[in-house]
Every structure is written in C-alpha cells, then in structure tokens.
Design a protein around this ligand. Structure first.
Ligand SMILES: *Cc1c(COP(=O)(O)O)cnc(C)c1O
Length: 330
C-alpha cells in the first residue's frame, strides 16, 4: 500500500464495513484509525486505554460494544503488543473482525508469533518516522485468502489483472469493482528492500537505547517508565515516559518547554482522539468521558528515540531530563 492509512482503509473496506456499522477504536491513537471508519460511512466508537501500557484493553473494548459493532481496531501503542488473546476471545464471542493497527509494531511479537501473522487483517505503516520506512508506504497482512484477494483487487482500481499480468498474458483488464489507487510505488518498494536488510540491526539498536533510558531514568522518582518487555516482543517505536505530576511543580507542557531550553525536543503521542474538536463536535465527547486516556494525556512525553541516536546524545537527553526533574521537584 502507499500508506498505513490506506492499509487500514482497505482492510475495513474489504471487510465491507459501512453505514450502520460501528468499529471500536482506541482513543489513544492517531487520526487515521477513526478517520477511515468515518470515510466508509461507519461510526468509530472510541475506547479508553490501560493507564500503564496506554493500549486498548479487552475490558474497554467490551464496554464499547453495541449491537452494531462489526470490528475492533487495536493499536499496538509505541510497539508494545496489545493483550491480543483477550481481545481475540472477545471478538470470537461477538463475531467481530479484528483489524490491528501495527504502524508502531514492526517487528513486534505476541506469544512468540510476529504481529501481522494473525487476526482479520493487520496494517503497517512505512512512513518516514516509522521503524521501517519507504518514505511513504504501508502494508496489510491477512491469513485469509479471500480477504487478501479482495484487498489486492481494491488496491488498484478493482482491475482484474495487474500491469505485470497483462504483459505476460497479453490481455486487457476488466474493472470488477470501484477500487482505490493505493499501491506502493516501485521506488518506495526499492527503499523498503534495503531497509528490510537492516531491520534486525535497527531493532536491536532501539532495544539497547530503551535499556539505556530505562536504567538511567529509573533512578528518577518523578518519572514513570514505559513497560519494558525484552526483545523480540516490543518493537520499541516510541519511548514514552509518564510524569508523576504529584511530585512535580509543573505540568507536562512546562516540563517539555524546560527540556527544549536544554536543547532537547520532545513530542506527545497522542492527544486522545476524543479530545479533538471534530470528535467532540460530531459525537459529543467530553475529555473526562475516557478518563484513563484523558489523565495519561496530561502526563505523557515522548523522548528523542531513533536508531541513529548515539550513546552520547542519549546521555544528553538523560542529563536534561534529570536536571528538569530537579528544577521542578516538590
Ligand atoms: C503513522 C501511523 C498511522 C498512519 O500511517 P501513514 O503511513 O502515515 O498513513 C496510523 N496509525 C498510527 C498509530 C501511526 O503511528
């Protein structure tokens, strides 16, 4: 696919999600997950997260169930797999599709199986910032042959034959369905092949960096560390700390501004979807409606985290975080 968003859109379209249907979407995520549901005429029902992992829980998904629910869309936040056994049990019990957003989760594993090997369909993103990149790009995996065929068809205008097949067979094409223009370009695919050869090394580098942060920042009582799972389970796409605000005389934004003054840029993943104007306006959400995500949003901060971050730069991050904790300590 040409993006992770396209992968999500196509998976739901191939499952024939449409008007009158509901899809359970974690509020602690990116715009794509709810937007593609809306673009198919269905309704995203936003669900709360676990306060520690920030992942959708089976309990939160169950609370969001209605008669109209057709699918659950778990996002493996930061690269840590969701509790898939419980989510799959829930889906089986209610005959729901499970479409995973694995934009953060290459190459994570769950129960020693790669994320992407199970479920209805699993969407990956190869956007510039992701663990494996093609500049812009994406992928969808499915163990279901019929769904795969349908997604292949929809990916390129619903044409009965690819350009390659037409060349081989010398035949024309037939338009079987109104599809999309969602194919990955050849240039992007070439970048992806080179990235794939480096993927294991880049992942090991991310894991070492996570370990280094974990050890150093674990000394600071003002900071709650992300849950640590040894490789190869965690893809380590993001490193998100949670500030213990009760121990600090500042809020998250002030903490981030102080880090910026020390030369360290941070980011926030994410402002929960239900707190954005559109979702408040269209569905009447109030911030406290999904209270774990709302509370987590006040405390989360994504530290600089990428495979090219050298040990001396990581030390600078750690020193700046420690100095900022000292500055605002109660
Ligand atoms: C990046 C991302 C997407 C979208 O991927 P694109 O390739 O940019 O379309 C979707 N969901 C999550 C959680 C992401 O981080």
């Amino acid at each position: 696919m040409n993006s992770g968003t396209a992968a999500l859109h196509l998976a739901l379209a191939a499952l024939e999600i449409g008007p009158g249907d509901e899809v359970i979407v974690p509020t602690m995520s990116f715009a794509s997950d709810a937007e593609v549901v809306i673009r198919l005429g269905a309704r995203p029902v936003l669900a709360d997260c676990d306060p520690r992992t920030l992942n959708l829980t089976a309990a939160a998904a169950e609370a969001a169930l209605t008669r109209r629910t057709r699918a659950i869309l778990p996002v493996h936040y930061a690269g840590l797999p969701c509790e898939m056994s419980a989510l799959r049990r829930l889906a089986r019990r209610h005959r729901l599709a499970v479409v995973e957003d694995a934009a953060h989760a290459f190459p994570a594993r769950h129960d020693s199986r790669p994320i992407g090997s199970e479920g209805s369909a699993v969407a990956f993103s190869f956007y510039a910032s992701k663990n494996l990149t093609t500049g812009e790009g994406g992928m969808v995996t499915t163990p279901h042959r019929r769904l795969a065929e349908r997604m292949r068809l929809l990916r390129l205008h619903g044409l009965s034959a690819s350009a390659w097949q037409r060349r081989e067979r010398g035949a024309g094409y037939d338009i079987l369905l109104p599809g999309y223009k969602y194919n990955l370009g050849d240039l992007a695919a070439a970048i992806g092949r080179a990235q794939l050869a480096k993927a294991a090394r880049l992942h090991a580098t991310r894991e070492r960096l996570a370990q280094r942060y974990q050890q150093a920042l674990g000394q600071l009582p003002e900071i709650e560390l992300p849950p640590f799972v040894a490789a190869p389970d965690h893809a380590w796409h993001l490193y998100v700390i949670q500030l213990r605000l009760e121990r600090l005389r500042c809020g998250r934004d002030e903490f981030a501004a102080a880090l910026r003054r020390r030369g360290i840029e941070t980011s926030v993943h994410y402002r929960p979807l239900h707190m954005h104007s559109y979702y408040r306006r269209a569905f009447g959400y109030r911030p406290a409606d999904l209270s774990c995500a709302h509370r987590a949003y006040q405390r989360i901060l994504s530290l600089p985290f990428f495979a090219g971050l050298r040990p001396d730069a990581a030390r600078r991050v750690i020193t700046a975080v420690a100095a900022t904790c000292a500055e605002f300590r109660r």
